[in-house]
Structure formats: C-alpha cells, structure tokens
Design a protein around this ligand. Structure first.
Ligand SMILES: Cc1cc2nc3c(=O)[nH]c(=O)nc-3n(C[C@H](O)[C@H](O)[C@H](O)COP(=O)(O)OP(=O)(O)OC[C@H]3O[C@@H](n4cnc5c(N)ncnc54)[C@H](O)[C@@H]3O)c2cc1C
Length: 422
C-alpha cells in the first residue's frame, strides 16, 4: 500500500521524510506525473479514473485527512437517521487497487514555472499536470462576529466531520421549545438545496423528540432552489414548525453575538438556542493563494477541459470552479473530474479524448420517507456550460413515488461513494 501520513513524516528526520518521496519520483522519470490536490468528491474521482484509465501515469493524491466524511447525507446524521461512521471513507482502495500514491499532507503552494507543489511537511513534488479540487472556503468577513473561532459555538457544519458532530450534539442538548436558527448563504454556494434539506430533517428530529421547538431560516436570498417542494413538505410534515424569512423581509444577516447566542439582521435581533451559520463561500484557500480565483472568489475554467483560464497547465474541478450553470454538488464534481481525467490521460498518453458528458443527479430528503430528486444534463461549449435538459420532482407526486425516491437515494449513496473511493 502506498500511503504516507504527515505524522509518519514527523517521526523521521525532515531530510529523510523528503527523501522518502524523492526516490519514487526519480524512479519514475519515464512516467508522466500527475498530482491531484484534495481527496474529496472531485479529487478522489480524478485520481481513480486517471490511474485506472492510464496505468502509465503516476498519480499522487494529496489530502490532509486520513478519512473523508461526506457532506452528502450528513443532514440524515443530524436527523438521527445515519451514523457519521457510515458517511466516512478511507483511501485504501485507491492506493491498493488503483495504484494511487496517497500522501496525507496539505499543499501550501503551487509553482507553475518549476512545476512543483510544496507540502506543509516541507517536501516538494514535481508534476507534469496538476489538478486542484480543494472544495470551498468561507467568507468570514461578511457576518460581523463570525470567524473561525465562532464556528466552535455556532457551527456551519458545511464541511462534514467535527462540525457536523458538534451541531448534532447541540441539537440533542437543546431544550424543547428552543429556536434553531439556520442562516442560509447567498448564491453561489455548496449544495443549493442543502440548508433547506437540513431544516426539513432537523424538523423531522424535533417532531419526535422536541415537538415544541421551532426552526427559523434567515436567508440571504429571496427565493431558493426547489422552494415549492420544500414549502409543500413543511406544511404537510411540520406545520407551524419552520419559518423562512427572505432577505427582503429582514435586510439580511449582519452580525452574530456568539456569547449572547443571537443573530442580528438589518431589522431585528433573533435569539437562538442553537445557531447554524452557513456563511457565504468561495473557492478553497489554496485556489485563492495560487491565483486561480477571479474577483468572484471562484475559479474560471475551460468548459471542455477544466483547465484554469487564469493559470494554464493547472486544472480545477469541483465546488471551487465557476462552471457556467453547473451547481456545486458532489455529483457535478465527480462528473467534471471524469472529463478532466480523460483530457489529461489523452494529453499525456496520446489516447483518444472522449467527448465530455456532464450531469447532475441529486436526491433531497424532506422527511425519512419523503425524498425528491433532480436530474440535469449539461452542454459544454467553448465559452460556457449550459443546461440542456432538466427533470425535477413535482409537488403533485404521491407518497409511493416519494418513498421510492428514498430507496433510490440510498442506492445512489452506496454506488456513488463506491465510484469515488471503492
Ligand atoms: C449538507 C450538505 C449536503 C449535501 N448533499 C449533497 C447531495 O445530496 N448530493 C451531492 O451531489 N452533493 C451534495 N453536497 C455537496 C457536496 O458535498 C460538495 O459539492 C462536494 O463535496 C464537492 O466536492 P469537492 O471535491 O469540490 O470538495 P470537497 O469534497 O470538500 O473536497 C475537498 C478536499 O480538498 C482537501 N483540501 C483542501 N485544501 C487542500 C490543500 N491545500 N491540500 C490538500 N488538500 C486540500 C480537503 O481536505 C477536502 O477533503 C452537500 C453538501 C452539504 C454541505
């Protein structure tokens, strides 16, 4: 198994640690080297598909975490319907079955001229192509009083793992009759239905264990994705429990008082027994530092190759991209990653480059036995990525259809995570 950890490096002298990587690089002079940064939905897919489709390429995946917890389905954990363990995946199969070299470390910088990436441990890895899939970072300066320290009291839980566990603990210890405040961010952000799915599934939990509790959504927007489906479900499953306040009513969230546990909008201050602040977002920090993000905070990419428009030779996939009409979802990250992997394989091995196919399929839970879905096909052109076909559940669907969607969603999770990590 080719799997290094930063801790592993730490028990050796620094020079030895770096040397541990170098022989591998030196031995592989005839093999093209691709470094993939970030082992989430996008990065794991690029690494796996590149290693599987072009065994002559040496693929190295850099990811700080030993195990990855999926954001997708994490709202089910908040509802008490899944364990966090069942949402957590390792990199062993990528290493053992596909021959991906997995390095548990963080990339601090990319040198596009010298074609190396610098790791936190001090090592430098040379590359022929580099792919960045760092996910998102939060714009902490946009809500007064909300910074990284504040996330320990008012979690965002928008990266899954310890933040999700903290939010679940707070919901469990919240008194019946308390108000759970969800602050929903401005567009574009990771998983457009996510905040509203979270409100639905926390309401499902409250309905059983804290029936007097309320949920207040303070939105930075005046409408949201699948709004009719959510509002119909809230009326049917949780009447009187969920209140949604659009920005036009409140003037938007301006500040939080972490010690006083309240959220302040332009017009009013709302006390919160539990506050889930999901701040506005941008491409992950490394993308910002490497000059891959533009003034929007996201990384513009060539729609056909996912090569950066700002730094030629560097590819970006997943949530960090600004990719036309594509939403920020794991399915989209996976779909972009496959296109990117085949483009790189073709460039480095001379293999045929298949036409790009880009899709999104997303299941959203409204209750334990009520789920909806959307399926979108995209058309990439030289300039942008447009929607070519879209199919979304309707309010008129019957309970059987919704129950079937729950079963399909469970099957999707198993198949999809197998596609990423298995
Ligand atoms: C509550 C919620 C529900 C969701 N539900 C769904 C759903 O049902 N379906 C769906 O398709 N999507 C869903 N999503 C969205 C999905 O989780 C994201 O779109 C997806 O994870 C994006 O993949 P990514 O690879 O771009 O980023 P990530 O999956 O976040 O991976 C980024 C990785 O990069 C690593 N990294 C960052 N910086 C560095 C660095 N400097 N060096 C090395 N590694 C680095 C990070 O550690 C991380 O593991 C949901 C999201 C949330 C929050």
């Amino acid at each position: 198994m080719k799997c290094w950890t930063r801790r592993g490096f730490g028990c050796l002298a620094r020079a030895t640690c770096i040397a541990a990587l170098v022989p591998r690089v030196a031995n592989s002079q005839v093999r093209a080297r691709v470094v993939v940064i970030g082992g989430g939905a996008g990065g794991a897919t690029v690494a796996k598909y590149l290693a599987a489709s072009a065994p002559t390429i040496e693929v190295t995946l850099i990811e700080p975490k030993a195990r990855y917890t999926t954001c997708f389905f994490s709202n089910l954990y908040l509802a008490g319907l899944r364990s966090l363990e069942s949402l957590t995946h390792g990199y062993e199969t990528l290493a053992q079955r596909y021959g991906v070299t997995v390095v548990h470390d963080s990339v601090m910088a990319i040198d596009p001229v010298g074609k190396t990436v610098a790791l936190e441990s001090g090592a430098k890895l040379p590359y022929d192509r580099v792919v960045l899939a760092p996910g998102i970072a939060f714009k902490y300066d946009t809500i007064e009083g909300y910074d990284e320290t504040a996330t320990q009291t008012m979690p965002h839980a928008w990266n899954a793992g310890p933040q999700t566990r903290l939010l679940r603990q707070q919901l469990e210890s919240m008194e019946d009759g308390g108000v759970f405040v969800v602050v929903a961010p401005s567009d574009p952000f990771r998983c457009p239905p996510g905040p509203y799915e979270r409100a639905s599934l926390v309401a499902y939990y409250f309905k059983q264990y804290k029936p007097r509790a309320k949920i207040l959504i303070l939105d930075a927007k005046d409408s949201f994705f699948e709004q009719d489906l959510f509002q119909d479900a809230w009326n049917r499953h949780y009447p009187g429990m969920i209140e949604w306040l659009p920005a036009q009513f409140t003037g938007g969230v301006k500040a939080v008082d972490v010690s006083g546990r309240s959220v302040k909008t332009a017009s009013e201050t709302f006390p919160a027994a539990v506050a889930n602040i999901i701040p506005p977002q941008m491409a992950g920090q490394l993308a910002q530092r490497a000059g891959l993000a533009d003034g929007t905070g996201w990384c513009p990419v060539d729609p056909l190759t996912f090569e950066s428009k700002l730094q030629p030779g560097i590819h970006v996939v997943g949530d960090a991209t600004s990719a036309g009409a594509m939403p920020k979802s794991a399915f989209v990250a996976n779909s972009q990653a496959k296109v990117c992997a085949f483009v790189i394989a073709a460039a480095l091995t001379g293999s045929e480059r298949p036409a790009p196919h880009l899709f999104n399929t997303c299941f959203t839970f409204l209750a334990a036995d009520d789920a909806v879905s959307d399926a979108i096909t995209f058309e990439p052109t030289a300039e942008t990525i447009k929607i070519s076909d879209i199919l979304i559940s309707t309010v008129s669907e019957n309970a059987d259809t919704r129950r079937r969607a729950v079963r399909q969603a469970e099957g999707w999770y198993a198949a999809f995570t197998h596609d990423l990590f298995g």
